[in-house]
Design a protein around this ligand. Structure first.
Ligand code: SAH
Length: 346
């Protein structure tokens, strides 16, 4: 009976070294293979040209490399690229390359579907199927780095965990992926160029603070009034603003890192002065930045982008209170690659 082959990238470097020792080989062989798996992103064992044929066959007999496959690549008129990424079990997630004059940002997914139920987000309408493994997150980044080199002649510069899924509901795997992305044995990127975006899971935010993570944190707030937030992000009833705020205060006390908030202003939902004042009150405890993002309609018109005068009112209110604010136009709308539009439509 054939035993099930193991996912070789689930092994740590030490485990891989030990495996070779058990096979009567040198531990160093483990280092070589590890380099192929991560730094060189090999898709199959045959690519490992400095490993003997017999050893490659032995690896083939014992392990699989569950590499992702970019099934479809779409390009927007503004340069944005969306990848439909097929996983080893046939499920699909999406990731996005967002180019600007000077940067290439990768927007990556952390789950197939999402654990949360934000009413304005297309991903929330998919069932959450499973968490992504660290290597599946890492592969999305590598694919976008390659595309950036190919189409924009420069390496990837930034990563945001703003694709499908709630990264803090898959925290361990996200952390492992970031370890590989930032390690010299992986991509060697600076953690300062990585932002993890969350709807706010207080317990995990505190954990991140305790672990003194070096990457940035962004919080999708959208409302600083509990009743309103619960009506558009129902899980807010489980993690109310009071708990979120307490976790963020803890985060700031430990990391001294500025907190970024993402915020969409919708007609009739949060476009009042009262709502803007509540936002100021919520984020005043620490240096903050508010990114006001444009709403990307996902269907039935239940949600509508607020009038530009409401966005200006927010801008003025925040600036008057010493809070940095940027107003973001969305990118990649024509290919459904903008925030909240990732839903495996094709
Ligand atoms: N779950 C994580 C990351 C994914 S969402 C989080 O909540 O932060 C990435 C960002 O897109 C979030 O700020 C989310 O609130 C926002 N978003 C979701 N749907 C949107 C839409 N239709 N238009 C604009 N932004 C949207």
């Amino acid at each position: 009976m054939e035993t099930k082959k193991r996912d070789i990238r689930a092994l740590t470097k030490d485990q891989l070294r030990n495996f070779f020792v058990e096979q009567g080989d040198k531990p160093f062989r483990g280092n070589q293979v590890y380099e192929w798996l991560w730094q060189k992103s090999a898709h199959d064992f045959d690519a490992m040209t400095n490993i003997s044929k017999e050893t490659r066959q032995m690896l083939e007999d014992n392990f699989v490399i569950n590499h992702i496959r970019v099934d479809q690549m779409q390009r927007s008129s503004d340069g944005t690229i969306k990848n439909a990424v097929r996983l080893h079990d046939g499920l699909v997630v999406e990731s996005v390359l967002i180019p600007t004059e000077t940067r290439t940002t990768a927007c990556v997914s952390s789950q197939v579907g999402c654990s949360l139920d934000c009413r304005f987000c297309a991903t929330a309408r998919l069932k959450r199927m499973r968490n992504l493994n660290p290597d599946e997150i890492y592969d999305q980044v590598v694919a976008i780095d390659n595309e950036s080199r190919l189409y924009f002649d420069r390496p990837l510069s930034n990563i945001v965990f703003m694709g499908m899924g709630e990264p803090l509901m898959n925290y361990n795997n996200v952390l492992k992926a970031i370890d590989k992305i930032t390690s010299p044995e992986g991509l060697g990127m600076s953690p300062k160029r990585i932002v993890v975006s969350t709807s706010g899971v207080p317990k995990i935010i505190k954990k991140m603070a305790d672990e003194e993570v070096k990457f940035g944190l962004a919080v999708s707030l959208h409302s600083a009034i509990d009743e309103v937030r619960t009506s558009i992000m129902p899980f807010n009833s489980t993690f109310p603003l009071k708990d979120l705020r307490e976790a963020l205060e803890y985060w700031y006390s430990k990391t001294k890192n500025r907190i970024t908030y993402e915020y969409v202003v919708w007609k009739g939902i949060n476009d009042t002065q009262e709502a803007a004042d509540a936002l100021v009150k919520f984020c005043k405890f620490a240096p903050s930045k508010v990114n006001i993002i444009e709403y990307n309609p996902i269907d039935d018109g239940e949600f509508q982008q607020a009038h530009s005068s409401a966005v200006e009112m927010y801008q003025n209110t925040l600036e008057r209170n010493g809070i940095t604010v940027t107003v973001r136009r969305s990118r990649g709308k024509d290919i459904d690659a903008a925030c909240g539009q990732l839903a495996n439509k094709s």
